[in-house]
Design a binder for this molecule. Structure first.
Ligand SMILES: Nc1nc2c(ncn2[C@@H]2O[C@H](COP(=O)(O)OP(=O)(O)O)[C@@H](O)[C@H]2O)c(=O)[nH]1
Ligand SMILES: [Mg+2]
Length: 337
Protein backbone atom coordinates (compact mmCIF):
# COMPACT_ATOMS: atom_id res chain seq x y z
CA UNK A 1 0.00 0.00 0.00
CA UNK A 2 1.27 3.47 -0.81
CA UNK A 3 1.72 6.02 1.92
CA UNK A 4 -1.16 8.01 0.47
CA UNK A 5 -3.52 5.23 1.48
CA UNK A 6 -2.29 5.15 5.04
CA UNK A 7 -4.36 6.51 7.85
CA UNK A 8 -3.07 7.78 11.18
CA UNK A 9 -4.38 4.66 12.77
CA UNK A 10 -2.03 2.40 10.86
CA UNK A 11 0.95 4.43 11.92
CA UNK A 12 0.38 3.68 15.61
CA UNK A 13 2.46 0.87 17.02
CA UNK A 14 1.10 -1.60 19.56
CA UNK A 15 3.03 0.30 22.24
CA UNK A 16 1.46 3.57 21.07
CA UNK A 17 -2.00 2.10 21.53
CA UNK A 18 -1.27 0.62 24.93
CA UNK A 19 0.50 3.70 26.30
CA UNK A 20 -1.97 6.14 24.77
CA UNK A 21 -4.89 4.33 26.33
CA UNK A 22 -3.18 4.01 29.69
CA UNK A 23 -2.62 7.76 29.63
CA UNK A 24 -6.32 8.24 28.97
CA UNK A 25 -5.96 9.71 25.48
CA UNK A 26 -9.41 9.83 23.94
CA UNK A 27 -7.93 10.09 20.46
CA UNK A 28 -5.92 6.87 20.87
CA UNK A 29 -8.89 5.17 22.55
CA UNK A 30 -11.09 6.06 19.58
CA UNK A 31 -8.46 4.73 17.18
CA UNK A 32 -8.11 1.51 19.16
CA UNK A 33 -11.86 0.98 18.98
CA UNK A 34 -11.71 1.51 15.24
CA UNK A 35 -9.03 -1.18 15.15
CA UNK A 36 -11.24 -3.52 17.19
CA UNK A 37 -14.16 -2.87 14.84
CA UNK A 38 -12.12 -3.42 11.69
CA UNK A 39 -13.06 -6.42 9.59
CA UNK A 40 -9.51 -6.87 8.31
CA UNK A 41 -7.70 -9.83 9.81
CA UNK A 42 -4.34 -8.05 10.26
CA UNK A 43 -6.14 -5.31 12.23
CA UNK A 44 -7.92 -8.06 14.15
CA UNK A 45 -4.63 -9.65 15.25
CA UNK A 46 -3.24 -6.29 16.34
CA UNK A 47 -6.45 -5.44 18.20
CA UNK A 48 -6.29 -8.72 20.11
CA UNK A 49 -2.69 -8.08 21.11
CA UNK A 50 -3.56 -4.56 22.34
CA UNK A 51 -6.45 -6.04 24.33
CA UNK A 52 -4.25 -8.76 25.78
CA UNK A 53 -1.71 -6.24 27.00
CA UNK A 54 -4.40 -4.01 28.51
CA UNK A 55 -6.27 -6.86 30.21
CA UNK A 56 -4.66 -6.24 33.64
CA UNK A 57 -6.11 -2.73 33.64
CA UNK A 58 -9.70 -3.77 32.89
CA UNK A 59 -12.60 -4.96 35.02
CA UNK A 60 -12.82 -2.09 37.50
CA UNK A 61 -15.75 -0.24 35.96
CA UNK A 62 -19.39 -0.50 36.84
CA UNK A 63 -20.90 -1.83 33.61
CA UNK A 64 -24.51 -0.76 33.15
CA UNK A 65 -26.87 -1.71 30.33
CA UNK A 66 -29.75 0.66 29.56
CA UNK A 67 -32.69 -0.55 27.52
CA UNK A 68 -36.22 0.48 26.61
CA UNK A 69 -38.29 1.19 23.55
CA UNK A 70 -37.22 3.97 21.16
CA UNK A 71 -38.33 7.34 22.53
CA UNK A 72 -38.43 6.25 26.16
CA UNK A 73 -35.55 8.63 26.88
CA UNK A 74 -32.42 6.47 27.05
CA UNK A 75 -30.08 9.02 25.48
CA UNK A 76 -31.56 11.91 27.45
CA UNK A 77 -31.17 9.92 30.65
CA UNK A 78 -27.60 8.91 29.85
CA UNK A 79 -26.76 12.56 29.24
CA UNK A 80 -28.29 13.70 32.54
CA UNK A 81 -27.04 10.79 34.64
CA UNK A 82 -23.62 10.97 33.02
CA UNK A 83 -23.18 14.63 33.91
CA UNK A 84 -24.29 13.92 37.46
CA UNK A 85 -21.68 11.15 37.72
CA UNK A 86 -18.94 13.34 36.29
CA UNK A 87 -19.81 15.98 38.87
CA UNK A 88 -19.02 13.39 41.52
CA UNK A 89 -15.62 12.56 40.02
CA UNK A 90 -16.54 9.63 37.80
CA UNK A 91 -15.39 9.20 34.23
CA UNK A 92 -18.16 7.95 31.97
CA UNK A 93 -18.01 5.97 28.73
CA UNK A 94 -21.14 5.51 26.61
CA UNK A 95 -21.33 2.65 24.13
CA UNK A 96 -24.23 1.35 22.08
CA UNK A 97 -25.50 -1.99 20.84
CA UNK A 98 -27.82 -1.42 17.92
CA UNK A 99 -28.52 -4.52 15.82
CA UNK A 100 -30.36 -2.41 13.24
CA UNK A 101 -27.32 -0.24 12.55
CA UNK A 102 -26.08 -2.64 9.87
CA UNK A 103 -29.35 -2.30 7.99
CA UNK A 104 -29.79 1.44 8.38
CA UNK A 105 -26.10 2.07 7.75
CA UNK A 106 -25.65 4.01 10.95
CA UNK A 107 -26.63 3.90 14.56
CA UNK A 108 -28.72 6.56 16.21
CA UNK A 109 -27.81 5.02 19.54
CA UNK A 110 -24.88 6.67 21.21
CA UNK A 111 -25.33 9.56 18.81
CA UNK A 112 -23.50 12.52 20.31
CA UNK A 113 -26.15 15.00 19.21
CA UNK A 114 -28.57 13.31 21.59
CA UNK A 115 -26.18 13.72 24.49
CA UNK A 116 -25.09 17.33 24.12
CA UNK A 117 -23.70 17.84 27.61
CA UNK A 118 -21.70 14.61 27.71
CA UNK A 119 -20.46 15.10 24.15
CA UNK A 120 -18.69 18.30 25.11
CA UNK A 121 -17.31 17.02 28.41
CA UNK A 122 -13.70 15.89 28.71
CA UNK A 123 -14.52 13.23 31.27
CA UNK A 124 -16.96 11.49 28.94
CA UNK A 125 -16.35 9.27 25.94
CA UNK A 126 -19.19 8.44 23.53
CA UNK A 127 -19.09 5.82 20.81
CA UNK A 128 -22.03 4.82 18.59
CA UNK A 129 -22.80 1.20 17.74
CA UNK A 130 -20.43 -0.56 15.35
CA UNK A 131 -21.88 -1.66 12.02
CA UNK A 132 -21.25 -5.34 12.10
CA UNK A 133 -22.97 -8.12 10.24
CA UNK A 134 -24.68 -9.81 13.13
CA UNK A 135 -25.90 -9.02 16.62
CA UNK A 136 -23.16 -11.34 17.88
CA UNK A 137 -20.61 -9.28 15.99
CA UNK A 138 -21.95 -6.00 17.34
CA UNK A 139 -21.95 -7.27 20.92
CA UNK A 140 -18.49 -8.78 20.56
CA UNK A 141 -17.01 -5.51 19.42
CA UNK A 142 -18.89 -3.54 22.07
CA UNK A 143 -17.47 -5.81 24.74
CA UNK A 144 -13.95 -5.24 23.49
CA UNK A 145 -14.55 -1.47 23.26
CA UNK A 146 -15.78 -1.60 26.85
CA UNK A 147 -12.51 -3.20 27.96
CA UNK A 148 -10.52 -0.53 26.14
CA UNK A 149 -12.57 2.19 27.90
CA UNK A 150 -11.90 0.57 31.26
CA UNK A 151 -8.17 0.46 30.57
CA UNK A 152 -8.38 4.17 29.71
CA UNK A 153 -9.73 4.88 33.18
CA UNK A 154 -13.47 5.13 32.61
CA UNK A 155 -15.06 3.76 35.77
CA UNK A 156 -18.69 3.81 34.62
CA UNK A 157 -19.60 2.27 31.27
CA UNK A 158 -23.15 2.84 30.05
CA UNK A 159 -24.33 0.61 27.20
CA UNK A 160 -27.45 1.83 25.38
CA UNK A 161 -29.57 -0.70 23.50
CA UNK A 162 -33.06 -0.88 22.02
CA UNK A 163 -35.79 -3.36 22.74
CA UNK A 164 -35.29 -5.26 19.52
CA UNK A 165 -34.94 -9.01 19.11
CA UNK A 166 -32.25 -10.59 21.22
CA UNK A 167 -30.28 -7.43 21.89
CA UNK A 168 -31.32 -7.15 25.54
CA UNK A 169 -30.23 -10.66 26.30
CA UNK A 170 -26.88 -10.02 24.65
CA UNK A 171 -26.39 -6.75 26.50
CA UNK A 172 -27.48 -8.27 29.82
CA UNK A 173 -24.65 -10.73 29.26
CA UNK A 174 -22.21 -7.85 28.85
CA UNK A 175 -22.94 -5.80 31.97
CA UNK A 176 -23.17 -6.00 35.77
CA UNK A 177 -26.42 -4.10 36.08
CA UNK A 178 -29.29 -3.94 33.63
CA UNK A 179 -31.56 -0.88 33.77
CA UNK A 180 -34.91 -0.99 32.02
CA UNK A 181 -36.66 2.27 31.21
CA UNK A 182 -40.45 2.37 30.90
CA UNK A 183 -43.00 4.98 29.93
CA UNK A 184 -45.76 6.26 32.22
CA UNK A 185 -49.12 4.60 31.63
CA UNK A 186 -49.18 0.85 31.96
CA UNK A 187 -51.32 -1.18 29.56
CA UNK A 188 -49.02 -2.29 26.77
CA UNK A 189 -46.01 -2.00 29.01
CA UNK A 190 -47.54 -4.45 31.40
CA UNK A 191 -47.71 -6.90 28.53
CA UNK A 192 -44.00 -6.33 28.11
CA UNK A 193 -43.57 -7.54 31.66
CA UNK A 194 -44.61 -10.99 30.60
CA UNK A 195 -42.38 -11.10 27.58
CA UNK A 196 -39.15 -11.67 29.38
CA UNK A 197 -37.34 -8.35 29.18
CA UNK A 198 -38.37 -7.44 32.67
CA UNK A 199 -36.91 -10.66 33.95
CA UNK A 200 -33.52 -9.36 32.87
CA UNK A 201 -33.94 -6.05 34.65
CA UNK A 202 -32.02 -5.31 37.85
CA UNK A 203 -33.52 -1.86 38.15
CA UNK A 204 -36.69 -0.50 36.53
CA UNK A 205 -37.30 3.23 36.08
CA UNK A 206 -40.45 4.87 34.78
CA UNK A 207 -39.08 7.85 32.86
CA UNK A 208 -40.80 11.14 31.95
CA UNK A 209 -42.26 11.41 35.43
CA UNK A 210 -42.73 15.15 35.03
CA UNK A 211 -45.42 17.71 34.21
CA UNK A 212 -48.70 16.06 33.21
CA UNK A 213 -47.19 12.59 33.43
CA UNK A 214 -46.36 12.61 37.10
CA UNK A 215 -49.48 10.87 38.34
CA UNK A 216 -49.50 8.34 35.51
CA UNK A 217 -45.87 7.54 36.23
CA UNK A 218 -46.68 6.82 39.87
CA UNK A 219 -49.54 4.55 38.86
CA UNK A 220 -47.26 2.70 36.45
CA UNK A 221 -44.66 2.38 39.19
CA UNK A 222 -47.17 0.74 41.52
CA UNK A 223 -48.37 -1.61 38.82
CA UNK A 224 -44.87 -2.73 37.91
CA UNK A 225 -44.05 -3.28 41.55
CA UNK A 226 -47.13 -5.43 41.93
CA UNK A 227 -46.43 -7.30 38.70
CA UNK A 228 -42.86 -8.08 39.74
CA UNK A 229 -44.23 -10.04 42.66
CA UNK A 230 -45.66 -12.57 40.25
CA UNK A 231 -42.43 -13.13 38.40
CA UNK A 232 -40.31 -16.10 39.36
CA UNK A 233 -37.36 -14.64 41.29
CA UNK A 234 -34.01 -14.80 39.54
CA UNK A 235 -31.67 -13.91 42.37
CA UNK A 236 -33.44 -14.27 45.66
CA UNK A 237 -31.07 -11.67 47.08
CA UNK A 238 -32.07 -8.78 44.87
CA UNK A 239 -35.59 -7.58 44.21
CA UNK A 240 -35.52 -5.09 41.32
CA UNK A 241 -36.57 -1.67 42.61
CA UNK A 242 -39.04 0.34 40.53
CA UNK A 243 -38.38 4.08 40.49
CA UNK A 244 -39.84 7.13 38.81
CA UNK A 245 -37.42 9.54 37.14
CA UNK A 246 -37.33 12.48 34.79
CA UNK A 247 -34.34 12.59 32.51
CA UNK A 248 -35.55 16.04 31.51
CA UNK A 249 -35.74 17.70 34.93
CA UNK A 250 -33.27 15.43 36.70
CA UNK A 251 -35.83 14.41 39.32
CA UNK A 252 -35.11 10.99 40.79
CA UNK A 253 -31.68 10.66 39.21
CA UNK A 254 -29.70 10.61 42.48
CA UNK A 255 -32.05 7.87 43.74
CA UNK A 256 -31.60 5.99 40.47
CA UNK A 257 -27.83 6.07 40.82
CA UNK A 258 -28.24 4.86 44.41
CA UNK A 259 -30.16 1.83 43.20
CA UNK A 260 -27.71 1.05 40.41
CA UNK A 261 -24.82 1.40 42.82
CA UNK A 262 -26.55 -0.74 45.47
CA UNK A 263 -27.09 -3.49 42.94
CA UNK A 264 -23.44 -3.56 42.05
CA UNK A 265 -22.46 -3.44 45.73
CA UNK A 266 -24.80 -6.35 46.47
CA UNK A 267 -23.25 -8.39 43.66
CA UNK A 268 -19.79 -7.64 44.92
CA UNK A 269 -20.67 -8.33 48.52
CA UNK A 270 -22.13 -11.75 47.82
CA UNK A 271 -19.34 -12.79 45.46
CA UNK A 272 -21.83 -13.01 42.63
CA UNK A 273 -20.07 -10.38 40.55
CA UNK A 274 -17.06 -12.59 40.10
CA UNK A 275 -19.23 -15.59 39.21
CA UNK A 276 -21.30 -13.52 36.79
CA UNK A 277 -18.28 -12.13 34.99
CA UNK A 278 -16.63 -15.54 34.71
CA UNK A 279 -19.82 -16.90 33.19
CA UNK A 280 -19.97 -13.96 30.79
CA UNK A 281 -16.40 -14.66 29.70
CA UNK A 282 -17.24 -18.29 28.99
CA UNK A 283 -20.32 -17.25 27.03
CA UNK A 284 -18.18 -14.75 25.16
CA UNK A 285 -15.90 -17.49 23.85
CA UNK A 286 -18.95 -19.14 22.34
CA UNK A 287 -20.27 -15.90 20.91
CA UNK A 288 -16.95 -15.43 19.13
CA UNK A 289 -16.91 -19.02 17.90
CA UNK A 290 -20.45 -18.75 16.55
CA UNK A 291 -19.78 -15.38 14.93
CA UNK A 292 -16.51 -16.53 13.35
CA UNK A 293 -17.85 -19.86 12.12
CA UNK A 294 -20.98 -18.31 10.67
CA UNK A 295 -19.01 -15.60 8.91
CA UNK A 296 -16.57 -18.17 7.47
CA UNK A 297 -19.48 -20.37 6.42
CA UNK A 298 -21.34 -17.59 4.65
CA UNK A 299 -18.26 -16.36 2.85
CA UNK A 300 -17.35 -19.82 1.52
CA UNK A 301 -17.69 -19.54 -2.26
CA UNK A 302 -19.26 -22.96 -2.84
CA UNK A 303 -21.80 -22.40 -0.09
CA UNK A 304 -23.08 -19.20 -1.61
CA UNK A 305 -23.34 -20.76 -5.06
CA UNK A 306 -25.29 -23.77 -3.86
CA UNK A 307 -27.47 -21.99 -1.30
CA UNK A 308 -29.99 -20.52 -3.73
CA UNK A 309 -30.76 -23.77 -5.52
CA UNK A 310 -31.01 -25.72 -2.28
CA UNK A 311 -33.43 -23.14 -0.91
CA UNK A 312 -35.56 -23.54 -4.01
CA UNK A 313 -35.41 -27.30 -3.64
CA UNK A 314 -36.52 -27.15 -0.03
CA UNK A 315 -39.33 -24.75 -0.88
CA UNK A 316 -40.52 -27.12 -3.61
CA UNK A 317 -40.45 -30.09 -1.26
CA UNK A 318 -37.72 -31.94 -3.19
CA UNK A 319 -35.52 -32.28 -0.14
CA UNK A 320 -35.75 -31.53 3.55
CA UNK A 321 -34.25 -28.46 5.21
CA UNK A 322 -31.87 -30.70 7.14
CA UNK A 323 -30.64 -32.32 3.92
CA UNK A 324 -29.96 -28.88 2.47
CA UNK A 325 -28.14 -27.73 5.61
CA UNK A 326 -26.06 -30.91 5.73
CA UNK A 327 -24.99 -30.48 2.12
CA UNK A 328 -23.95 -26.87 2.71
CA UNK A 329 -21.97 -27.85 5.79
CA UNK A 330 -20.26 -30.60 3.74
CA UNK A 331 -19.24 -28.02 1.14
CA UNK A 332 -17.97 -25.71 3.91
CA UNK A 333 -15.95 -28.50 5.54
CA UNK A 334 -14.42 -29.64 2.28
CA UNK A 335 -13.22 -26.13 1.43
CA UNK A 336 -12.01 -25.53 4.98
CA UNK A 337 -9.53 -28.42 4.80
N1 LIG B 1 -41.03 15.16 29.31
C1 LIG B 1 -39.94 14.41 29.19
N2 LIG B 1 -39.45 14.15 27.96
C2 LIG B 1 -38.34 13.36 27.85
C3 LIG B 1 -37.71 12.82 29.00
N3 LIG B 1 -36.66 12.07 28.59
C4 LIG B 1 -36.63 12.16 27.25
N4 LIG B 1 -37.64 12.94 26.79
C5 LIG B 1 -37.93 13.26 25.39
O1 LIG B 1 -38.28 12.06 24.71
C6 LIG B 1 -37.77 12.07 23.38
C7 LIG B 1 -36.90 10.82 23.13
O2 LIG B 1 -35.76 10.88 23.96
P1 LIG B 1 -34.42 10.04 23.63
O3 LIG B 1 -33.51 10.27 24.78
O4 LIG B 1 -33.91 10.35 22.28
O5 LIG B 1 -35.01 8.56 23.65
P2 LIG B 1 -34.28 7.17 23.26
O6 LIG B 1 -34.76 6.82 21.88
O7 LIG B 1 -34.79 6.18 24.26
O8 LIG B 1 -32.80 7.37 23.34
C8 LIG B 1 -36.99 13.37 23.23
O9 LIG B 1 -37.80 14.30 22.60
C9 LIG B 1 -36.71 13.77 24.66
O10 LIG B 1 -36.57 15.17 24.81
C10 LIG B 1 -38.26 13.12 30.29
O11 LIG B 1 -37.81 12.69 31.35
N5 LIG B 1 -39.38 13.91 30.31
MG1 LIG C 1 -31.19 7.05 21.97
Amino acid sequence: MTSAGKTNRQELSLDDYVEGIRQGSRRVLAQAITLVESQQSTDGDRAQEVLRRLMPYTGQAHRIGISGIPGVGKSTLIDALGIQLIDSEHRVAVLAVDPSSSLSGGSILGDKSRMPRLASNNDAFIRPSPNALSLGGVTMRTRESMLLCEAAGYDVVLVETVGVGQSETMVADLVDTFLLLMLPGAGDELQGLKKGIVELADVIAVNKADEDNLERARIAQREYMAALHFLPGRDQEWCPPVLTVSAKTGAGLPELWNSLHSHRAALEGSGELEVKRQLQLRNWIWTVIEERLLRAFRSTAGVEERLRSLETGVAAGQLTATMAADELIRIFRDTAD
